[in-house]
Write a protein that binds this ligand. Sequence first.
Ligand code: C2E
Ligand code: MG
Ligand code: MG
Length: 635
Amino acid sequence: MSSNSKYRLLIVDDNPAIHTDFCKILSFEDDSELQMAEEELFGACSESTPAPMPFEFVIDSAFQGEEALQKVVEANNADQPYSLAFVDMRMPPGWNGLKTIQELWKVAPNLQVVICTAYTDSTWQEICAQLGHSDNLLILKKPFDEMEVLQLAVALTKKWAVTRKADLRQRDLEQLVEKRTAELRHAAAHDPLTDLANRTKFNKRLLSAVEQAESQGTLAAVHLIDLDEFKSINDTLGHMVGDQLLVSVSQRLQSTVRREDLVCRFGGDEFAIIQEPVANMNEVDALARRVQEVFCEPIQIENNSVIVDLSSGIAIAPTDGTAPVDVVKNADLALYRAKGEGRGCYRFFKAEMDRKIQSERQLAVRLKKAVKQEQFVLHYQPLFQAKSCTVCGFEALVRWRDPGRGLVSPSNFISIAEESGLIVPLGEWIISQACEQAAKWPTSMRVAVNVSAIQFRSGGLVEAIEKNLMSTGISPDRIEIEITETVLLRDCEESLNTLHEIHDMGVRIVLDDFGTGYSSLSYLRRFPFDKLKLDKSFVNDVDSDPDAHAIVRAVANLGECLGIETTAEGVETDAQLELVIDAGYQQFQGYLYAKPMPVADIEREFFSSGNVPTIATVPVNPLAEMSNNIDNLNY
Ligand code: C2E
Ligand code: MG
Ligand code: MG
């Protein structure tokens, strides 16, 4: 209890003279009486340091029970409650003392009450019968003894103060527990970084969304969303920027949905939206489109302007599943498809995705084993000098010798090898095989090796090339590394550095499949390519499509102007050959004169005489021996 505490007392009595008496007893100028009362009750303080009197009573008067109630209510509202009331038993014409006390306790249960009775008033039993047994009530028989009144006032006020303090403390603790419980409950259901709902909340909500959709005949859509290339953003710009990016992404996603939809983060760069309720597919499509559109604008983080591409996979309940786990699995399959189809797009689940992905997953498992057991072979396709029609090199093209299926085309497994990372060990094997073979060929023959963008990102490519140059002793300028623009698309600086390192060893760098994909001419300014290989689709259409014809010529001119060699891929007819030679290509490659073939055929057909091979020496049907074992390779 602090010193100088003021306690409010209420005297309830219909007789004004009684009020005067109470005031006299309780509001003393000289506090020695009060101190004496205290000392009698609670013991004396040490003599040397008399304790300051802690009490000051503020005394109010009410002359009727109803008035007392009003005062108690007002005091409570003003947060200045009464600690003690002296209540007269008889107060005509209004409530008597017992009724008054009953009413006061309804609004102030802790109010200490001294009921002032004459000897003829109710008995203790009667009082208890009406008010119950309460330790907040004492009886004071009239006529009063002053010291008795004082002691009651001090003791009951002290009791009230202690009880109130304990009550307040308990209320604070309860509020704290309530607050902490709410915080814990929130943390259990939300992602700490973005404050979006987490997987637990997602699962709960999805369950009710699916049930709701089924019972109401509406739809519930799950959009699974993944940032494309988030890892490389994290790696290049750092985790702080990565985190800020995730927060911005979550805000943008939140801005695309309605209040009733739920945006979640599962962790990493995986987000989800539960869109529910939905009346029709158009609404789902519209949200999926909005999600893509809202990320057209780059996100500004510190001094970085970050372009974020998202892929989304969407499944709908109950059409694509009635169990939440199925809906999520199907949205995941759709997401996988979206990522496979160029990223930065959305796909709806379709039943055949399930079958396709199952078979791709099985293929990935078999491929892993194949890489371990080196079930691969390189075939080599000759490259011809356009003017002389002599062979100047060979492109190494990998085939999978699958024990169950024969030779499998790279177009059936390279993308899976890339997704699973198997392209890294497979790519190293290809480089070592190609170098080893080419080292046995005449020194005028180059070998071209295709290298995937994943190999660039994995690190270790420079070392792998270096190692094979050393072990085989082959001259670096006999090696051509064929890359596509995807190598330069992302992580541009890092890939450019790697390319320069390889180039600096003396290895030639070729831009393959030129004209497809992004075909940003800026790449040609940023890296000194040794050769451009025009994609075969243009040569293929050159007779029928004037645009293809124009592109075939334009690329030859471009190469000439930039001083870069050009090769035309996919030459299948004499007319095509005539055209590419006329356009100015230095080299060509195509089925017209030579398909990819096993190394034994190459060595037998081209190198056994020791002469530089020309088209006159190219076998008429170079793949005759392969025709019976390549069901997947339709040359
Ligand atoms: P690419 O590097 O553009 O290879 C040329 C592809 O065109 C080869 O297909 C080749 O057989 C085919 N081709 C050549 N001339 C003609 C023609 O006149 N007509 C037609 N229709 N096609 C022709 P292939 O061997 O099936 O390889 C397909 C792609 O797989 C390659 O395209 C390359 O991107 C990838 N690939 C092949 N081997 C490897 C490899 O060792 N490593 C990596 N990373 N990718 C490889
Ligand atoms: Mg190639
Ligand atoms: Mg190509």
